[in-house]
Ligand binder design. Structure first.
Ligand code: URA
Length: 211
């Protein structure tokens, strides 16, 4: 597994405003989209491309195209939805699938409660969107889900990670080179309620209001 922390002053600035408790929902949503677009630029560095012959108004030349099958973007419901617009702005030709995972409070395992994805993801590059990598349980289940259906490599875009969650994902995926985490920050720790510290609070609530 590879972990990439986007080290850029604009990422740091936007993340700082996002973290502040006083930042209202509309600003939070807008900043999330902007941050994801910046993270997506890093996350798509390894996207599959091929050479293509084209003709400019001046001369024939060789250029670059994204390959088919198209990349698959998968927001994890609910908070991952707030990241979708920022991702598709950079990757408008991607296909979008949805995955809803919830923790079974008895077994503590993540269970899929909603899925809108092709059964066959053979050869597809997938981009998972989930703003907070906290315990890592949801992300491990989502990665397993995609690989079981034949995905070729999976890049997870998160705003924040807890070191504990990164460890969990690392243990689950081992040294597979085809899993990458791209994030704006690795924070200090998880608190006893499972929140990332210093974090930004509950990302879903801050995006959409408390339900
Ligand atoms: N999920 C969140 O939304 N925030 C956290 O701090 C941890 C998990």
């Amino acid at each position: 597994m590879r972990v990439h922390v986007a080290d850029h002053p604009l990422v740091a600035h936007k993340l700082t405003v996002l973290r502040q408790a006083s930042t209202p929902s509309p600003v939070f949503r807008q900043l999330t989209e902007e941050l994801v677009t910046l993270l997506a630029y890093e996350a798509t560095r390894g996207i599959s491309v091929e050479e293509v012959d084209i003709v400019t108004p001046v001369a024939p030349t060789t250029g670059t195209h994204l390959t088919t099958p198209r990349p698959m973007v998968v927001p994890i419901l609910r908070a991952g939805l707030g990241m979708l617009e920022g991702m598709t702005r950079l990757l408008p030709t991607a296909e979008v699938g949805f995955l809803g995972l919830v923790r079974n409070e008895e077994t503590l395992e993540a269970v899929t409660y909603a899925n809108r994805l092709p059964d066959d993801l053979s050869g597809r590059q997938c981009y998972l969107l989930d703003p907070m990598l906290a315990t890592g349980g949801t992300l491990v289940a989502a990665i397993d889900y995609l690989f079981e259906r034949g995905a070729r490599n999976v890049t997870c875009i998160t705003l924040l990670c807890a070191p504990e969650g990164l460890d969990t994902v690392e243990k689950a995926v081992g040294d597979r080179a085809d899993v990458t985490i791209v994030t704006a920050s690795i924070d200090e720790r998880l608190n006893e309620r499972g929140y990332i510290v210093p974090g930004l609070g509950d990302a879903g609530d801050r995006l959409y209001g408390v339900v």
